[in-house]
Design a protein around this ligand. Structure first.
Ligand SMILES: NC(=O)c1ccc[n+]([C@@H]2O[C@H](COP(=O)([O-])OP(=O)(O)OC[C@H]3O[C@@H](n4cnc5c(N)ncnc54)[C@H](O)[C@@H]3O)[C@@H](O)[C@H]2O)c1
Length: 320
């Protein structure tokens, strides 16, 4: 089978890692080009990947590739995804796939009838903990409540977008992916602390199956926290995504008299797995692990949350 000829668009913070993963898949991918606008980053790309063409515009190499990884700022995603689809290229686009619902509907139109793979970079779906959580959820009585926290001290990155678009989108996607119940409404409160955009948001969602979710995201916190907790009348499940710890407190007592069972789980290379899945889809035609519909639903939930924040009201969610 022929290798997939690929380009990486954007050699910034995450683009560098994507380039490493392309190199790590040499048996299936031919690294054709890096597209980067900023001269200093072009130089860095040239030094790190001497055999790869470095250009400043996708148009210069579009005829020489089969697929592209978009790792540019979010505000550029829509135009780049649209251009690549129109040119019948397979696309891996970092999250979010575009900036709002309007752009998402346009991408849906462009993608219709195209025989190409479009995968979205919702990398948080690849934690090993989710396999175990899914098992537990199967026997969990509803309603239950879900709480997800994702906050960290200010890092100065991704300030072209608010914290819901940058971080919250991971958790809004996880809610739909893990709990298989659709959010039906959202209310939120937030603060603009360090930028002119929402830097902290506390998001409450009602789900179709009468469960509730509370997502807290922030980029001006005092410490770094990433965890998820599910509470039902059967007990509590807690996952610390930094410590890779899975803990369960049932409603009963353990054999040794304790009330909590803790175990650790393995760390996975999410980006590597995203690349592996993408090449498999491109080479075999298997549907993308995270597709345009998933990406659009995540963008819609972000849009609803931002409306809830901006207008201080409850917003009804209408997923695709
Ligand atoms: N999945 C995740 O967990 C995760 C983590 C971090 C970032 N991201 C996403 O990745 C994207 C990039 O984030 P980042 O932190 O690497 O940003 P960054 O600003 O560090 O890098 C972006 C790079 O793209 C270049 N660029 C801008 N417009 C371009 C264009 N039209 N063509 C080619 N290059 C262009 C810039 O010069 C810059 O070097 C964002 O959309 C972000 O949401 C995802």
């Amino acid at each position: 089978m022929k290798k997939v000829r690929v380009a990486v668009l954007g050699y910034g913070h995450l683009g560098k890692w994507h380039c490493q993963k392309v190199e790590a898949h040499k048996e299936v991918a031919e690294f054709v080009a890096i597209v980067e606008k900023f001269p200093a980053s072009q130089e860095a790309a040239k030094a790190a990947h001497p055999g790869v063409r470095i250009v400043s515009d996708i148009k210069e190499i579009v005829n020489d590739i089969d697929a592209a990884f978009i790792v540019t700022p979010t505000s550029t995603h829509f135009e780049l995804v649209k251009y690549l689809l129109e040119n019948n290229k397979h696309v891996f686009c970092e999250k979010p796939v575009c900036s709002n619902d309007n752009e998402a509907s346009k991408l849906k139109e462009v993608a219709a009838g195209k025989n190409v793979i479009l995968q979205v970079g919702h990398s948080e779906r690849f934690h090993e903990a989710w396999d175990k959580l899914r098992d537990k959820l199967q026997s969990l009585p509803t309603p239950y409540s879900v709480r997800i926290n994702r906050y960290a001290p200010f890092k100065g990155r991704a300030t072209d977008v608010d914290v819901v678009q940058d971080l919250g989108i991971h958790d809004l996607d996880l809610l739909m992916y893990l709990f298989k119940s659709k959010p039906i409404s959202v209310v939120a409160t937030g603060y603009k602390i360090r930028t002119d955009k929402w830097d902290h948001a506390s998001i409450y969602l009602k789900m179709e199956n009468e469960c509730e979710a509370h997502v807290v995201v922030g980029r001006n916190a005092t410490r770094e926290v990433r965890d998820l907790e599910v509470v039902s009348k059967d007990g509590t499940i807690h996952i610390d995504l930094f410590a890779n710890r899975f803990a369960v407190a049932t409603s009963g007592k353990n054999e040794d008299g304790t009330f909590v069972v803790e175990e650790t789980y393995g760390k996975r290379d999410h980006l590597f797995l995203e690349h592996k899945n993408f090449y498999e889809s491109v080479r075999t035609g298997r549907p993308a692990v995270v597709n345009l519909k998933d990406g659009m639903n995540a963008v819609h939930l972000v849009d609803c949350t931002l409306k809830a924040l901006d207008f201080d009201t409850t917003i009804t969610v209408k997923l695709a």
